[in-house]
Design a protein around this ligand. Structure first.
Ligand SMILES: [Zn+2]
Length: 139
């Protein structure tokens, strides 16, 4: 059941989007505690990664499950109203994400996507994030 009018829904969505900055901060603070050195705001890199780990030639994107359509995730379900609009918008996001990853693939940089729904787990168990970074395979 869709309880929101399109206007209301887009308000709600923009509020969700602006909250997306918070998960990045959580991940940064976990990395900090683990002793990783990282850069942020490297707007010159493809897709403007949230976090860059120069030593590991790794970039980290912290993705909202809805905006980046986390596959198989409950939080990624598409709105039932304005279906065409959301299909176009979300498909464009996915396309862009693919292009960005392809850019890194061309160089020897690795990409880690941290999904919003995984953050709680990483907060509870920071070393699982470390392990993930250390065992990243080339795409
Ligand atoms: Zn998810």
């Amino acid at each position: 059941m869709d309880v929101f009018s399109p206007e209301k829904r887009s308000q709600v969505m923009s509020r969700i989007r602006s909250k997306d900055t918070k998960p990045e901060k959580i991940i940064r603070s976990i990395l900090h505690k683990l002793g990783f050195r990282f850069r942020i705001n490297r707007k010159d890199l493809p897709g403007k990664p949230d976090i860059v780990l120069p030593k590991y030639k790794t970039v980290i994107f912290v993705h909202g499950c809805f905006w980046h359509q986390h596959e198989g995730c409950k939080k990624s379900s598409r709105p039932k109203s304005n279906v065409d609009f959301w299909d176009r918008k979300l498909s464009a996001n996915l396309m862009r994400d693919k292009e960005v990853i392809a850019e890194y693939k061309k160089s020897d940089w690795k990409v880690l996507v941290v999904w919003q729904c995984q953050i709680r787990e990483f907060s509870k168990n920071p070393h699982s994030l470390e392990e993930k970074i250390m065992t990243l395979e080339m795409l």
